[in-house]
Design a protein around this ligand. Structure first.
Ligand SMILES: *[C@@H]1O[C@H](CO)[C@@H](O)[C@H](O)[C@H]1NC(C)=O
Ligand SMILES: *[C@@H]1O[C@H](CO)[C@@H](O)[C@H](O)[C@H]1NC(C)=O
Ligand SMILES: *[C@@H]1O[C@H](CO)[C@@H](O)[C@H](O)[C@H]1NC(C)=O
Ligand SMILES: *[C@@H]1O[C@H](CO)[C@@H](O)[C@H](O)[C@H]1NC(C)=O
Ligand SMILES: *[C@@H]1O[C@H](CO)[C@@H](O)[C@H](O)[C@H]1NC(C)=O
Ligand SMILES: CC(=O)N[C@H]1CO[C@H](CO)[C@@H](O)[C@@H]1O
Length: 571
């Protein structure tokens, strides 16, 4: 006596088994009774099951059927109030259950005399326990039904965000409230579809993306409040900032490229997709083609660029013109591409067409201008504070090329004097902006040469999906450590220059069909690093001067074996 009885594992297992068996029995009973049985007993059965597992969608549906039947007989108010207390006990156990919140929404809507104030208090309570739950959707409904002024709700999110700045859900909720306060401004795209009425599942139309009426008001209100405390490490605030600046991109096929010689089609999308799910259809001269889509690198299941080979001989004769269409079936969009009597052809919207990197109306411009002015004044009063980053962002939104010099200088100051702890972050962000600017310049100049060289201090490569058509790239004298798998999206590449970096990983130089010349002076240290080059069939010139690898024994014969196509090797 007085001793704690220790259960053996076998005993515990047995208890668990019995528990499962019992649940199964109840479940089977509930399921089998489903047809036409909508009585109190059914209500009891579903209650037992749902209290244990509130994520049983079919059971909630069944329960709703039962309730609608009983509602006719009994007093609806009583039944639904009982349902609300049942739900409260469910939510106590599992406040994140989507099924429970959804059901509560349904019940509240049917309740003859709902108590919205009580529901709002319940939301407050649940959100203060954990803001990452499905209560937000319910709260939106309660707010709407009880006509809580949107302003008041915004103040509520202010409080949440004030108490913990990285409160993703509050930011997100805020982005759904603002369009209500300022009608005419964009609805953000729906975040989830299940359970919503069908119309909210359709993709947002271009109009909702680009047509912004009240944005001036919106921006004034929001920027002034938030611009000064944007923490670069805070994903939730960035998400919101991006939404605010209206950078949501339309889902589309941004480029289709055809090469006669490779008998190959490459397609770029506005975001990474998985084209192996059968969502891409290729039609050549009116005939659907049976092709295998593959991403540019085995590393990616989702990729913004996909390629496929056409059956041999279909387009190889340069004398024949062809019409090619790529359909992205799930998005109901397509891109046509005419292949004239030339070796290659492409169709696309460029970054400048899409204004991917700066998409601003007159209203936004004037608001951002005055915002920039006031932040600049603040900066003069109190130099070296973090609002430099806000200045950079405003400059980029206004005129990325025009403010390039200032932007670079501000990044230097941030890295060296203000916030050196995060210098790696600023370097990467600065690299991203430099790449965006270079893409814009390249497209204004209508060339296929991409060059960021000579101590531009690039630390990372991004937006490589925008470089599908580039034939020459010069990345010399930067601080790159790798050509990442995304580099394989440069399907037209013929020449790579990447001297004077610290590259020791060439993973992305992978099956580039046209690549002929690679210059990697002062980088690579081992032979193994060069392995990916072997997958490029046309490589004939390789410059490895000044690399530690050249000191390897038998380097010449080793390389001849590894890269037999290379005729012109410089060591
Ligand atoms: C969000 O804000 C609420 C309200 O202050 C807080 O209780 C909750 O813990 C916050 N969520 C996170 C993830 O910090
Ligand atoms: C704010 O929320 C984040 C994310 O949940 C958490 O890591 C952090 O500790 C919270 N900060 C405070 C002051 O509660
Ligand atoms: C590439 O950049 C380097 C460094 O700025 C430069 O010396 C070289 O001439 C460039 N290559 C070409 C083909 O312009
Ligand atoms: C690159 O870094 C060096 C050293 O920090 C600096 O002098 C130079 O201005 C930077 N280049 C650019 C384009 O920011
Ligand atoms: C690489 O660095 C060396 C030594 O600093 C320099 O002489 C050479 O011009 C650089 N090459 C390029 C392409 O920038
Ligand atoms: C000039 C230069 O930065 N060379 C570097 C090339 O990369 C190797 C490592 O892969 C470094 O050791 C060199 O300093």
């Amino acid at each position: 006596h007085g001793r704690v009885k220790v259960k053996t594992t076998a005993q515990q297992e047995e208890e668990k088994r019995k528990e499962r068996e019992k649940k199964l029995k109840v479940y089977v009973a509930a399921r089998d009774r489903k047809d036409g049985v909508f009585d109190d007993e059914a209500l009891q059965l579903t209650q037992q099951l749902l209290s244990a597992n509130p994520d049983f969608a079919t059971l909630w549906n069944y329960r709703r059927e039962i309730l609608t039947h009983l509602e006719d007989e009994d007093e609806a108010q009583k039944i639904y109030e009982a349902e609300l207390s049942f739900l409260e006990s469910c939510l106590k156990v599992n406040p994140k259950s989507y099924g429970s919140w959804h059901h509560r929404g349904w019940v509240s809507a049917r309740l003859p005399r709902p108590d919205w104030a009580r529901e709002l208090r319940l939301c407050d309570r649940c959100l203060s326990l954990d803001d990452r739950n499905h209560c937000w959707d319910y709260r939106r409904m309660v707010v709407k039904m009880s006509s809580v002024p949107v302003k008041q709700e915004l103040e509520f999110t202010d409080r949440l965000i004030g108490s913990n700045f990285s409160n993703y859900s509050s930011w997100h909720y805020r982005s759904t409230l603002l369009p209500l306060l300022h009608p005419g401004s964009p609805e953000p795209p729906p975040s989830r579809c299940d359970g919503d009425p069908p119309h909210s599942c359709s993709p947002p139309s271009p109009q909702t993306h680009f047509h912004r009426v009240c944005e001036e008001q919106l921006l004034k209100y929001e920027l002034v409040q938030n611009a000064f405390f944007t923490d670069p490490n805070d994903q939730s605030a960035w998400f919101y900032y991006r939404w605010l600046l209206g950078r949501e991109r339309e889902e589309m096929i941004s480029c289709a490229y055809v090469s006669r010689e490779q008998e190959r089609v490459a397609v770029a999308f506005s975001r990474p997709v998985n084209a192996q799910s059968g969502s891409l259809l290729l039609v050549l001269d009116g005939q659907p083609q049976r092709v295998e889509w593959r991403s540019v690198h085995p590393h990616f299941k989702h990729s913004p660029v996909w390629i496929c080979d056409l059956p041999p001989g279909t387009i190889s004769d340069i004398a024949n013109e062809h019409n090619l269409t790529v359909h992205w079936t799930e998005k109901h969009t397509h891109r046509d591409c005419a292949l004239y009597t030339r070796s290659e052809s492409w169709c696309r919207d460029t970054a400048t067409d899409l204004e991917l990197f700066s998409e601003l109306s007159v209203e936004k411009t004037s608001v951002l201008q005055s915002e920039l002015q006031s932040v600049n004044q603040l900066q003069e009063l109190e130099p070296l504070n973090k609002c430099l980053l806000t200045i950079i962002l405003l400059m980029r939104a206004l005129d990325p090329l025009g403010y390039e010099k200032e932007t670079l200088a501000h990044f230097q100051t941030l890295k060296q004097e203000v916030d050196s702890m995060r210098s790696a972050y600023y370097s990467d962000l600065c690299s991203k902006f430099m790449i965006e600017n270079t893409i814009l310049k390249m497209e204004y100049a209508e060339v296929r040469v991409f060059s960021i060289s000579d101590r531009q201090n690039l630390t990372t490569l991004c937006h490589l999906d925008q470089l599908l058509l580039v034939t020459h790239i010069n990345l010399s004298s930067n601080q790159l450590r790798r050509l990442p798998p995304q580099f394989a999206m440069l399907q037209c590449l013929e020449v790579v220059e990447a001297d004077n970096n610290s590259i020791e990983n060439l993973e992305g130089v992978y099956h580039l069909p046209k690549l002929e010349e690679v210059s990697l002076k002062n980088n690579i240290s081992t032979l193994a690093d060069l392995q990916p080059l072997a997958s490029c069939p046309k490589l004939r010139r390789l410059d490895l001067r000044g690399n530690p690898v050249t000191q390897t024994a038998n380097v010449e014969s080793e390389l001849a074996e590894l890269l037999p196509s290379v005729a012109d090797l410089l060591l």
